[in-house]
Design a protein around this ligand. Structure first.
Ligand SMILES: O=c1ccn([C@@H]2O[C@H](COP(=O)(O)OP(=O)(O)O[C@H]3O[C@H](CO)[C@@H](O)[C@H](O)[C@H]3O)[C@@H](O)[C@H]2O)c(=O)[nH]1
Ligand SMILES: O=C(O)[C@H](O)COP(=O)(O)O
Length: 265
């Protein structure tokens, strides 16, 4: 027997069961991923229920778009680099254009371009969302060889999410996530750049959507502890703080508005 649905997103009714079952779009934001994108695309095509693999080439300077297309992806491209969050928004907009009338909108599965052959192992994220157990399923990755992080950005993101929602995710920056169209729309506009995961989790939980973390056997190109890695982490830290601060301000404004309407009523 299936677990009882607890997710907030309205589920397609039984009339839509059978051959009209809910499909999944894999959206892969990619900047300069020519080396790994073919394996990632091929692997994503093997995820059960995925019928559309979309690569958003975010202004790559390498051959990402052609390699991705040759591997069987639908490819759209930003003419200049706009950051991961913008690539995700573009991807979701393109999927919406391809969702068929009379069918439930596809679930959106965001996958990083550097997962290679392991991309298929995001498959366990689909079930809890498809079955209505959660609106958002986030991949928990095993420990990555060569990872040089000291937990500073991860800790800042986790603490902010916990302070603002009460939930303390193990891997708050994990970008492999499957969610319903309704939840995605509720999370837009997305926080910019590397703040996108932190902002999305805070926004959805505050609106009553349900998130779960699901272990997935994934391997990605972890940032090392060299100069390039440190610069990358500094950018992540900046974007996470921007996302959190914007949400704190919004929370304070909402509280003042709410207090004002209580006084008037
Ligand atoms: O301007 C950019 C930069 C990156 N990417 C793509 O975004 C994905 C993630 O980038 P990556 O360089 O692999 O980032 P990581 O340091 O590995 O990022 C971790 O932390 C990020 C949040 O800071 C999450 O978005 C990632 O999912 C998570 O793996 C990859 O497919 C990139 O090609 C873009 O689309 N646009
Ligand atoms: O390597 C990572 O996990 C991210 O770049 C975040 O860095 P951190 O481990 O220093 O938080």
């Amino acid at each position: 027997m299936n677990a009882l649905p607890v997710a907030k997103t309205t589920r397609p009714g039984n009339a839509l069961a059978g051959k009209n079952v809910q499909r999944v779009a894999a959206i892969i934001p990619a900047k300069d991923e020519a080396e790994r994108i073919a394996a990632t695309v091929r692997s994503a095509r093997a995820i059960p229920h995925v019928d559309l693999v979309l690569v958003v080439d975010d202004g790559s300077e390498d051959d990402t778009q052609h390699v991705a297309r040759a591997a069987g992806a639908v490819v759209v491209r930003h003419s200049h680099n706009r950051g991961k969050a913008a690539a995700m928004e573009t991807g979701a907009a393109v999927v919406a254009m391809r969702d068929a009338d009379g069918r439930p909108p596809r679930l959106l599965m965001f996958i990083d371009g550097d997962l290679g052959d392991t991309a298929v192992n995001t498959a366990p994220l689909v079930r809890p969302v498809r079955e209505g157990v959660a609106d958002l399923a986030i991949a928990l990755l095993p420990k990555q060889a060569g990872a040089g992080g000291r937990g500073i950005v991860v800790g800042a993101s986790r603490r902010a999410i916990e302070a603002m929602t009460g939930w303390s995710p193990s891997q708050p920056l994990s970008g492999m996530r499957c969610l319903t169209r309704e939840a995605f729309e509720a999370a837009t506009p997305l926080a910019r750049g590397w703040g996108v995961e932190t902002g999305m989790t805070i926004d959805l939980l505050r609106k009553g959507y349900v998130a779960v973390e699901v272990p997935c056997d994934l391997k990605h190109r972890a940032s090392a502890n060299d100069l390039k890695g440190q610069i990358h982490r500094a950018a992540q830290y900046r974007d996470v703080l921007l996302a959190v601060n914007a949400r704190k301000v919004r929370g304070a404004v909402d509280a003042v508005r709410h207090a004002g309407s209580n006084v008037r009523s």
